[in-house]
Design a protein around this ligand. Structure first.
Ligand SMILES: [Zn+2]
Length: 452
């Protein structure tokens, strides 16, 4: 058996050495336990729900971060997490939105208006056009580098994203057409003066909106405009066979070529309910009463403002590895049981427990926006449920990878986390005064044309 003989030896030579080494060892023991206790706790509690989650456990590392007032939050070092801080959710839980479906669909025609900073190369890449085609087109026709802000372009691709044709509207009587012929693009031009045509189309739901809208001759861009305009009012995925719709468009035609199209009015009859989107003079769509079709958001998912214990930080650095460990949301220091409110109208797409996020909820608000609420003590909604702005969806808590009661809140715009405290959010304003009167007069004219 080993005897404790060294202490007295050293003690004789120099009293300070054992004192320092003991306190040094103690320091490391304390440091070790502080750093590792939560990690080990996490490892024992964590139950992987799917293969993706297992990858997360092996790749990800967690670190405690002091969020003030003696609280420590365990942050997931996992920059791949897209929807939520918890990475154990398969991404496809959130249904693909309508526009994605349009973009992914076959025989796709897209219309696009050039904005500041655009290059043709980047635009086409963004829409998944075959890289080789983009290269061919832009290297052969250098003039395509001269696109101006506000000009219209449109293109058509086939099933495999190969570019079939590309149109560039330089002015109302000068449109350039680039058509694929073999491996090359051939340029032609249309100098016929643009003719504005008002078109009224009517359709009925037989399979789904996109397919049935195409059947009556709507382009992908026109369908996209419709689904965007009514995204807050109508769920295009939940339509019934036999539902009817009518559309009024103003199309700019150059001979046979469509160069630009504007949606003037749209009506959708879903069972006994009617939904309208009518273009006003301000370029926005309103319902027939002049109320905005968009929706607004609360800045906070809480009834009253709470202290922010940890802010949004996409570039938060891991103090040990030095790697980026983003904090994709904002932490509000609220006591357990504080009511958590939905910041906007939407659909609950996730409501469940996860090892890292605890009890959490994800709500999709229309096409572009999603919010998540984590570490809840209690979930008060179900997946698939429609919620209204201000609805109580849960009670805040301390579940999952969290060691102090707080609410972790995220806002995603186009599937990217943004700072919910500073992001520009839509304001819901209806028409008033003169513009409302003008609009109501317009509606009177248009409404009969939308009859079925
Ligand atoms: Zn957080």
């Amino acid at each position: 058996m080993a005897r404790k003989i060294k202490f007295p030896d050293i003690e004789i030579n120099n009293f300070k050495i054992p004192y320092l080494s003991i306190s040094g060892v103690l320091f490391f023991v304390i440091l070790f336990s502080v750093l590792w206790r939560p990690l080990n706790l996490e490892r024992t509690v964590y139950v992987p729900l799917n293969p993706q989650a297992e990858t997360t456990v092996s790749n990800g590392s967690s670190l405690p971060v002091d969020i003030g007032e003696g609280q420590i939050e365990i942050v997931d070092d996992n920059s791949n997490s897209k929807i939520t801080e918890s990475s154990d959710e398969p991404e496809d839980i959130v249904a693909k939105d309508d526009l994605d479906a349009i973009l992914d669909d076959k025989d796709n025609t897209v219309q696009y208006t050039i904005v500041r900073g655009d290059t043709l190369h980047d635009i086409l890449l963004r829409y998944n056009v075959n890289r080789n085609d983009i290269y061919q087109l832009t290297t052969k026709y250098k003039q395509l580098a001269n696109l101006r802000i506000g000009q219209q372009i449109s293109w058509t691709t086939d099933d495999d994203h190969n570019l079939k044709s590309f149109n560039w509207t330089i002015s109302s009587n000068n449109i350039r057409i680039y058509e694929k012929s073999g491996d090359n693009f051939v340029e032609s031009s249309e100098t016929e003066e643009a003719v504005s045509q008002e078109v009224i189309l009517k359709g009925e739901i037989k399979t789904n909106f996109i397919a049935d809208a195409r059947k009556i001759g709507l382009t992908s861009s026109e369908i996209g405009t419709i689904t965007r305009a009514l995204q807050w009012r109508l769920d295009f995925k939940r339509l019934r066979v036999g539902d009817k719709f009518s559309v009024i468009l103003s199309r700019q035609m150059h001979g046979k070529h469509l160069s630009n199209s504007q949606l003037l009015a749209f009506r959708f009859k879903n069972g006994s309910k009617d939904f309208y989107a009518i273009l006003a003079d301000d370029g926005k769509y309103y319902d027939i009463n002049g109320s905005s079709l968009s929706q607004s958001f609360f800045r906070y998912p809480l009834a009253k403002k709470a202290r922010v214990s940890s802010g949004f930080n996409p570039r938060r650095l891991h103090p040990v590895t030095g790697r980026i460990a983003p904090h994709n949301g904002v932490d509000f220091a609220v006591s357990r049981g504080t009511p958590v409110l939905s910041v906007g109208n939407g659909e609950v797409v996730i409501a469940k427990y996860s090892g890292s996020a605890g009890n959490y909820i994800a709500i999709r608000h229309g096409r572009q926006y999603m919010t998540t609420y984590m570490h809840l003590d209690k979930i008060l909604v179900k997946q698939g449920q429609q919620v209204k702005q201000g609805d109580q969806i849960g009670l805040s808590g301390n579940t999952g990878r969290s060691t102090g009661p707080h609410l972790h809140f995220e806002l995603h715009i186009n599937n990217k986390p943004v700072n919910p405290l500073t992001a520009s959010l839509p304001i819901n304003e209806g028409l008033t005064g003169k513009s409302k009167n003008a609009f109501i007069a317009k509606v009177k004219n248009i409404k009969p044309q939308l009859e079925f």
